[in-house]
Design a binder for this molecule. Structure first.
Ligand code: SP5
Ligand code: ZN
Length: 344
């Protein structure tokens, strides 16, 4: 399988993030992708390609242009105001406050365009996220040109980013950008299967009222797990998209049997939808050794996941999302990809 590697990912390098009111060492760090790249090469999984530039237009198909402009310039604004190091939001337009007027204040715009204080906006966040989206578009090009599957090694991840907000370590919603680009290429039905430990609230919200993208997700129950405010089983899509969203929340600590039963159920829904392309939001924070998550998958389960995905027979684009057991994520990703290759 070919990999498209976002070689600009290291420009996004946070040292710390907020957790319980303290700055703790950041979890979403450049070493994550470095370990995956090493594992791909050690396993001789296939060619590793650089992204080609598709410009800003495909990002503007899913994100508000004003939001993208904000992210692009935010760190420079932060420095100009005397901010030091990474930028964090501190105030949000919650219920009863207006979010339809863009304030002049930088602090206010940081809140308007974000969902949490756990996502450091660094000097290089924008170029890293921009090139990550380009890598995903380049991976899509491979699959549209006839490759059975392609993997995109990128960070920061994407699935928490909404049309006009960042959060959950995400700035640009890579899966949504790729799905929209596939539709713009002429496809009629795209499925996104999100196997990251966390619900992909951004991806779900972007396509919630549309029938041309089916979003299915298996994740830690939002009653106790981030992103807390979306990802329940009763969210099934709305309007034209009614019936095109399927959530499988599992309790923290769920067994591997429960996880694979949810995967079976999700794939049955996707088979009924009959997508022309499968995009996998491939987070490996479902690993038993993950420091911020509470499922129990291990190497054999990641291999089995890849086999099951391949067995569906759909052209498949696998995009890297979370996974924070830094040294293990390379082996976990390779297990998924080798499982996929063995079964396809
Ligand atoms: C893409 C992705 O996986 N985003 C995850 C965002 C999770 N944000 C909340 C992180 C909370 C960190 N908890 C630290 C627990 C230390 N014991
Ligand atoms: Zn995650």
């Amino acid at each position: 399988m070919k990999t498209v590697y976002n070689d600009k990912h290291g420009l996004h390098a946070a040292t710390h993030e907020f957790f319980r009111g303290q700055l703790v060492p950041a979890f979403e760090i450049p070493a994550r992708a470095d370990y995956v790249l090493k594992a791909l090469r050690d396993a001789a999984l296939g060619e590793v390609l650089a992204p080609s530039d598709h410009g800003l237009a495909p990002l503007e198909r899913v994100h508000a242009p004003a939001y993208l402009r904000f992210v692009q310039g935010a760190h420079a604004e932060w420095l100009a105001l005397g901010g030091e190091g990474d930028a964090f939001p501190a105030v949000w337009p919650v219920r009863s406050l207006r979010s339809d007027v863009e304030p002049k204040s930088f602090a206010a715009r940081m809140g308007l365009y974000s969902m949490d204080s756990g996502t450091p906006l660094t000097a290089g966040s924008w170029p890293a996220a921009y090139w990550g989206a380009q890598a995903c578009l380049s991976g899509l090009d491979l699959v549209l040109a006839g490759e059975r599957a392609a993997y995109v090694l990128t960070r920061p991840p994407g699935h928490h980013a909404g049309a006009d907000f960042f959060g959950g370590y995400c700035f640009v919603n890579n899966a949504a950008v790729a799905a929209q680009a596939a539709l713009d290429h002429g496809l009629k039905r795209v499925a996104i299967l999100d196997v990251d430990y966390h619900h992909g609230n951004g991806t779900q919200a972007i396509f919630y009222e549309r029938a041309d993208v089916f979003y299915a997700s298996i994740h830690g129950d939002p009653q106790t797990e981030y992103p807390f405010f979306l990802g329940h089983a009763d969210e099934r899509g709305a309007g034209a998209g009614a019936g095109c969203n399927a959530n499988y929340p599992l309790p923290a600590g769920a067994s591997n049997d429960e996880w694979f039963a949810a995967l079976d159920a999700a794939l049955a829904r996707l088979r009924a939808y009959a997508p022309e392309l499968l995009i996998v939001s491939l987070g490996v924070d479902t690993y038993g050794g993950d420091p911020i998550s509470h499922f129990k998958l291990d190497r054999p389960e990641f291999t089995r996941m890849g086999q099951i995905l391949a067995a569906q027979g759909w052209p498949t684009l696998l995009l890297q999302e979370g996974g924070y057991a830094t040294e293990a994520i390379g082996l976990n990703v390779v297990a998924v990809l080798q499982g996929f290759e063995g079964a396809s």
